[in-house]
Design a protein. Sequence first.
Length: 274
Amino acid sequence: MLRIASINVNGVRAAYRKGMADWVSSSGVDILTLQEVRAETTDLEKLIDDGWHIAHDACSQKGRAGVAIVSKLPLGEPSISLGPDSLDTSGRWIECDIATPGGNTLRLVSAYVHSGEAGTPKQDAKYTFLDHMHTRMQELGTQPHALVTGDLNVGHRWLDIRNWKGNRKNSGFLPEEREYFDRWLGHEDDDDYNTGRNGRFVDVGRKLSGEVEGPYSWWSFRGKAFDNDTGWRIDYHLATPALAETVGAYRIDRAPSYDTRWSDHAPVVADYDI
């Protein structure tokens, strides 16, 4: 099994100060995809133990965004392009080929979609990014083993947000945002929802968890959101059908208590037999 974890670290240096290194060493993870790294490549190299390979795209604005793939297996040449030069994806998209122990090639993506803000230029930037992401998703969907992971900042279904009724007009649960996921996964009322048919992907978390609320991967630091499990499931593993068929296990490593958290997100972990 190849164990892959995706995690928005909310600043990797702060995460390591709060205990992320202990989780990495005990998790059994072979590959990490990171979002909101908010650091330089040299910082990652200092934090990550020797023997790991690192592909990293830092944001052009210091202290913002940043995505990385950190792997025990060698990484192919990374790509950070989603489209025209006018689209600034700095620190929001990185992908690599990885030769797996089973003799296959895995195309792996770490993505960090904009958080957005309804009715503002921030939301316009989010839609521009999602448009180009959709084009790339269609291309990736033709590959046998492609996996898009990351903080995609959209709850696809009401099952993915505890307080969904109160967020219907907020970025992260807008109908226009959720329609992108309908294209990638199918609408929840469709017979072929989450089957990966017709070039679509499989939401590994929903496939393995079933039709249940959550399990959530992000909770606000404010109030009692974590203690009350008032969360959002916005961190995903989206796999091509052939890859999704190899999944042996899936989990979200929710911290045991508020004071032991090292990010406002929890790692999303899945095992793939490839």
